[in-house]
Design a protein around this ligand. Structure first.
Ligand code: ZN
Ligand code: ZN
Length: 400
C-alpha cells in the first residue's frame, strides 16, 4: 500500500502520543503520560509497530517532544526500545533547548524524584548525551528571541504526496524564565543552595560547570532541600518551558478524502487486531487538511502571541484538527481562542487529552473541562485512557 497518510492521536490521558505516517516518512509528537506505568502503553506500542511494519518502508523516525515535562516524554526510551524490534534503529529527536537553570527547575517541578525515574533525570540533565550510544540524534531547537522565525536547526520537512506538497512545520515559542530564576535565587534562604543557584545562573552557557553542579543533585538530601525551597517559592507560580508546536498537513490539497475516521477503538491484545467503532466518518473534498499539535503552549490572548503570528495563515483554512493546549487548562486558553476561527469553526475538530483516573474528571470542580464543553459543543473530543478512545484517520487520494 503506497501513497497513504495515517494520523493517530492515541488515547493517552494527560500527556500525549501521536503517530503520523506520510508514505515512508514517520513522525511522533510527544510520548508520555501522567500514568507512566499504565499497561495500556503496551497496546499503543503494538499499534505503532503494527502500523509502521504493515505497509510502509519506514527506516527512521522523527520524534518531536513539545516540551520536557514528565507527562510528555517519559515513555521515550521505551518507545525506542520497541521500535528496534521492527528494525527502526535510527531517527531524530527534536526538543526545545533549555538552559541549565531551567533544567534544574524542571527537575524540581516534575515531582519525580531522581530515584523514581533515573532515566528521566538523565534525559533532562543531558538530552544529547543520554542518546550518545544510540543511532538516535537529539536536536535541541533554539527559539529565536522574537519568535518570529522558525528554529534554525531544523527545516520544514517537505514531501510530495502525489503531485501535492506536504509540510511538517515546527515552531518554537520561547518561555521567559530569566527573571523568575534570578528572583528565585535571591530569595533562597540556605546559603549552600544559594551558592549552587548563583553558580548555575552565572554559567548558563558553560556545559562543563553545569554538569559538575548537577552531580550535587544525586545527593538526596541536597535535592530535597532544593525542592523544598522551590516549593516555598513557586507554589502558585510554576515554571514554564519553551514549547515546540508542529503543523502537519498539506499545503495544497485536492481530490483527497478521509477514508477512515474514528474516535473509538478497542485493541484486542491476544489477537493483535483492532476493533473499530466508527462514531463519525467525515469526508473532506477539495479542502486543506492539517493537524496542529500545540503541546502545553499558553494561548491566552491568542492574538498577542507569537504562535498566532506564526500560524495565522494556517488557522482558518489549513488546520482541520487542533489540540487544545495543556489538557484543556483554563490557564492556557480562553474564549478568544475560538473567535479566531470565525464561521469556519463548524468544520474543525478540537481534542484534548485528560487523565481519567487521577484528575480532570468531567464534572469535578477541580477541572476546567466543563467550561470547555460549553465553548466547543460537538467540535470537541476528549481523549482519555479509559475507555479506549482515539482519533484515527487515513487520507487516501482518489485515482486520477
Ligand atoms: Zn502536559
Ligand atoms: Zn507541560
Amino acid at each position: 500500500m503506497k501513497n497513504l497518510v495515517e494520523e493517530i492521536q492515541f488515547p493517552v490521558g494527560q500527556g500525549g502520543l501521536h503517530l503520523g505516517v506520510i508514505n515512508d516518512f514517520a513522525y511522533i509528537y510527544d510520548c508520555g503520560a501522567l500514568d507512566k506505568d499504565n499497561e495500556e502503553w503496551n497496546n499503543h506500542f503494538y499499534e505503532i509497530c503494527a502500523i509502521l511494519s504493515r505497509a510502509y518502508d519506514v527506516k527512521e523516525i522523527h520524534i518531536y517532544i513539545s516540551h520536557m515535562h514528565y507527562d510528555h516524554c517519559n515513555k521515550l526510551f521505551s518507545l525506542i526500545k520497541e521500535l528496534r524490534k521492527i528494525d527502526i534503529r535510527s531517527g531524530k529527536i527534536y526538543i526545545p533547548k533549555i538552559t541549565s537553570p531551567e533544567k534544574l527547575l524542571l527537575l524540581l517541578d516534575s515531582n519525580i524524584s531522581i530515584k523514581q525515574d533515573y532515566g528521566f533525570y538523565q534525559f533532562i540533565r543531558d538530552p544529547i548525551g543520554s542518546f550518545r550510544n544510540s543511532e538516535f540524534q537529539v536536536i535541541e531547537l533554539n527559539p529565536s528571541e522574537n519568535n518570529e522565525y522558525k528554529p534554525q536547526e531544523t527545516k520544514s520537512h517537505l514531501g510530495i504526496f502525489y503531485e501535492h506538497q506536504w509540510i511538517l512545520d515546527p515552531f518554537i515559542s520561547k518561555a521567559n524564565n530569566d527573571k523568575k530564576l534570578l528572583n528565585f535565587s535571591s530569595k533562597v534562604s540556605d546559603p549552600k543552595i544559594k551558592e549552587f543557584l548563583d553558580k548555575l545562573l552565572s554559567n548558563q552557557q558553560d556545559r562543563d560547570i553545569a554538569e559538575k553542579l548537577f552531580d550535587c543533585l544525586e545527593n538526596e538530601e541536597f535535592f530535597d532541600k532544593l525542592q523544598t525551597e522551590y516549593r516555598n517559592h513557586f507554589e502558585s507560580n510554576k515554571f514554564h518551558e519553551s514549547m515546540l508546536c508542529l503543523y502537519s498537513g498539506p499545503q495544497n490539497y485536492h481530490d483527497c478524502y478521509i477514508y477512515n475516521f474514528c474516535i473509538d477503538y478497542n485493541f484486542c491484545q491476544p489477537h493483535c487486531h483492532k476493533l473499530y467503532r466508527f462514531h463519525k466518518q467525515k469526508r473532506y473534498f477539495n479542502h486543506f487538511l492539517g493537524w496542529l499539535h500545540t503541546g502545553d503552549i499558553n494561548l491566552k490572548k491568542i492574538e498577542d502571541t507569537p504562535f498566532y503570528k506564526y500560524y495565522k495563515e494556517y488557522l482558518p483554512d489549513k488546520v482541520s484538527i487542533m489540540q487544545i493546549p495543556h489538557h484543556g487548562s483554563k490557564n492556557n486558553h480562553d474564549a478568544n481562542f475560538l473567535n479566531i476561527f470565525g464561521n469556519n469553526i463548524k468544520e474543525k475538530l478540537f481534542y484534548l487529552t485528560i487523565n481519567n483516573q487521577k484528575r480532570n474528571k468531567p464534572g469535578e470542580a477541580k477541572m476546567d473541562v466543563s467550561d470547555i464543553f460549553g465553548l466547543y459543543l460537538d467540535h470537541l473530543q476528549i481523549l482519555t485512557e479509559y475507555p479506549n478512545k482515539g482519533i484515527y484517520f487515513q487520507i487516501l487520494l482518489r485515482e486520477k
